[in-house]
Design a protein around this ligand. Structure first.
Ligand code: NOJ
Ligand code: CA
Length: 680
């Protein structure tokens, strides 16, 4: 059960006792407060425009902000509005995740539904539904069935977010060629341009807000564009047709979400977007097994071998057998092989029309390797790189997934390497259209792949994806994705990921869901450039950067050369029953403890940016009265990401929940701990 409920309720009570002193606000047309009276949404009108606003404990966070749409071939839908109806309801349930950071999730909100109707002319109506939690809000538009607004062509969504308190923001640009793969910027909120979500902000008094969306289905992704001051407007990713979204009513938009918390840690612990998604639509998904995998991958990025056929082809039968043997020996479930199929021999970046998803490259015996793997208790992990030729891929999707289904390949990594806006769409009419990775057409494509895969009991891990909006709740076979700069940038990125990168990711990208970051480069060496990380930090990533599939990304020989550190990677699970963020600041540091779903063991990961630091960590998450053996993998006393990244120590200690641990992190460092109850 969630553990934050009690303090939140207390806050709510405190608010009530001070209610009399709160400044008078103009009468709202409709309003709703969160269950613990922490957040409050109000709907008002100004010049017949509907405005929404948000306050927390009586303090304004979002000033009255516009709602509405710019529609094609018909009048703008945002003026001349009246409140035709409103209703409220409350909801409280606890649901179970098939896999995840925690087993149980509480979904407790108060809802306000308002119907807005035009007073004159077309008299069109739409609903806005607000769900207000103690730790955030979501709202969406619902278009009812009405003859005067049937084919809805959205040229722009006019939703605004006028942020009241001055704030600092962490963000990456949107609408740029490299999709989500940018380093995070930290600037005053008034200096932000056009950004992807999640965007995280912190106010002067330490309040944290993360802007994102939930349940992005058959709609374009929302970027946020600063209009003036701290006022932002939704900017939908465009469609090849020139509009942003095209739908037939009745339909609803995704939820526009704001997580709101006193600390970065609490921001991460919120389950807002998952809660706003529909329940599991797939039924029993026990066929997906959270697990770790290895594969023919890092060697490709180091250019030791190639995706293309030839003398250095990585995906040979012999090389794959080597990885299968390694996986079997060390207990990894999966073996990914990239470059296994035909189509890699030319220029495939942004040009995937040569890919064939059922034909193996010469020298790669798919059937034989699948059988060899099976005999060793290992599963091949499939790979479908599209090079952005998405219609070409869709045309082969059924047979491609059938093949994998038949061979027991139950996780498939997909890939969309093409510049943003350059996804190739072919409707069979002789015209090649170019779509965005995160537009409506791709939101449909991804769900097509995910549902087709689910029908064959296959899980999907998309690279160069559309962003995560919590759809894993509805489709639990959509297990992970990339959608940020991952480990590959340490192979060839210019610049590589800086020491603060992961501390940025945790409180931005990771708020959206699991990431296939591919940690564990114990050699700390990219292609001619070192990683900006200590050895211990590579281990901490397995706990800090959540995914139900975790790669041990380094070469087998590098792991065999470091059996001491490798032991943690072998031990750490990929599925959890509980998660606690013990401390953290955006872009600076974080410590997360997670409990193994299948044992009584706890794991802790802590990491820092370019500064060394000591953190005092009470072990109150451990079961009281029990003794634990803690295997501590830490930075050596002289460790530093720049000069001494391999300085490393392993210690064993006996600890209990009453202990307070001093976690010492080197500059660019980290720490990983396995706690096992004694005598088990
Ligand atoms: C980019 C992916 O992120 C990477 O993991 C993969 O190896 C290449 N594309 C090739 O598909
Ligand atoms: Ca990538």
């Amino acid at each position: 059960m969630p553990t934050r409920i009690a303090p939140v309720l207390l806050l709510g009570l405190a608010l009530c006792s001070h209610a009399a002193e709160a400044p008078k606000r103009p009468q709202a047309a409709a309003s709703v407060s969160s269950p613990g009276n922490v957040l409050r949404v109000e709907i008002g009108f100004e010049e017949d425009r509907a405005l929404w606003s948000l306050s927390r404990l009586g303090v304004p966070l979002i000033k009255p902000s516009r709602l509405g749409f710019l529609l094609r071939d018909t009048e703008k839908l945002d003026r001349n509005l009246m409140l035709a109806d409103s209703s409220t309801r409350s909801f409280d349930e606890t649901w179970e995740q098939p896999w995840g950071e925690s087993r149980f999730v509480r979904n407790h909100y108060n809802e306000l539904r308002v119907r807005l109707t035009e007073k004159l002319k077309l008299k069109r109506s739409f609903d806005v539904v607000f769900r207000v939690y103690d730790d955030g809000i979501g709202f969406r538009y619902e278009f009812p069935d009405q003859p005067q607004l049937k084919d809805v062509v959205i040229d722009d969504e006019l939703t605004e977010f006028d942020v009241a308190p001055p704030a600092t923001a962490w963000w990456i640009p949107a609408g740029e060629w490299n999709r989500y793969e940018y380093l995070y910027n930290r600037t005053p909120l008034v200096e932000v341009g056009q950004v992807h979500t999640p965007m995280t902000i912190r106010t002067a008094d330490g309040l944290h807000i993360a802007f994102h969306e939930a349940a992005l289905v058959d709609y374009s992704s929302m970027w946020l564009r600063r209009v003036e001051g701290q006022r932002f407007r939704a900017q939908l990713a465009p469609a090849a047709g020139g509009w942003k979204v095209r739908r037939t009513a009745p339909f609803h938009t995704p939820w526009r979400t704001l997580r709101v918390a006193d600390s970065a840690a609490a921001l991460y612990e919120s389950n807002l977007e998952l809660n706003l998604n529909e329940p599991n639509a797939l039924g029993d998904v026990s066929w997906f097994v959270p697990a770790k995998y290895v594969g023919v991958w890092w060697e490709l990025h180091l250019e030791l071998t190639t995706w293309a056929t030839g003398p250095r082809h990585g995906a040979t039968t012999a090389n794959t057998r080597r990885y299968i043997d390694f996986a079997a020996k060390h207990g990894f479930r999966g073996v990914l092989v990239e470059g296994w199929n035909t189509g890699w021999d030319g220029q495939w970046f942004g040009n995937g029309n040569d890919f064939n998803f059922t034909q193996s490259a010469p020298g790669f015996d798919l059937e034989g390797l699948a059988a060899y793997a099976k005999q060793k208790g290992v599963h091949l992990v499939g790979h479908h790189e599209t090079g952005g030729a998405v219609s070409h891929y869709e045309n082969q999707l059924g047979p491609a997934l059938d093949l994998y289904g038949r061979l027991g390949v139950d996780v498939v990594k997909t890939g969309y390497v093409a510049d943003a806006g350059q996804i190739e769409r072919n409707d069979g009419d002789g015209v090649v259209r170019r779509e965005w990775h995160d537009g409506q057409w791709m939101s449909r494509h991804h769900l097509k792949v995910v549902t087709e895969a689910a029908a064959r009991h296959i899980a999907i891990n998309a690279h160069e994806p559309i962003k995560d909006t919590g759809l894993r709740r509805t489709y639990p076979n959509w297990v992970a994705r990339e959608g940020a700069r991952g480990m590959e940038y340490n192979a060839w990125g210019n610049p590589p990921n800086p020491p603060e990168h992961e501390a940025n990711l945790v409180f931005t990208r990771m708020l959206s869901g699991p990431m296939d970051f591919t940690p564990g480069i114990l050699s700390l060496q990219g292609r001619g450039q070192p990683l900006q990380s200590t050895l211990a930090k590579q281990l901490a990533l397995y706990v800090v950067i959540y995914s139900p599939i975790q790669m041990a990304a380094d070469l087998p020989e590098h792991y065999e050369a470091r059996p001491d550190a490798f032991q943690f990677i072998k031990d750490v699970p990929a599925d959890w029953s509980e998660t606690r963020v013990l401390n953290g600041e955006v872009g600076d540091f974080v410590t997360i403890a997670r409990k193994d779903r299948r044992s009584e063991n706890w794991y802790l990961g802590s990491l820092s940016d370019e500064h060394g630091r000591t953190l005092s960590v009470p072990l109150t998450f451990l079961a009281p009265g029990r003794r634990y053996v803690a295997e501590i993998y830490r930075d050596g006393d002289k460790a530093h990401w720049k000069d001494a990244p391999f300085e490393f120590a392993i210690e064993k200690r006996e600890l209990t929940s009453a202990d307070v641990l001093t976690v010492r992190l080197a500059a660019g460092g980290g720490q990983a701990i396995r706690f096992a109850p004694k005598g088990r």
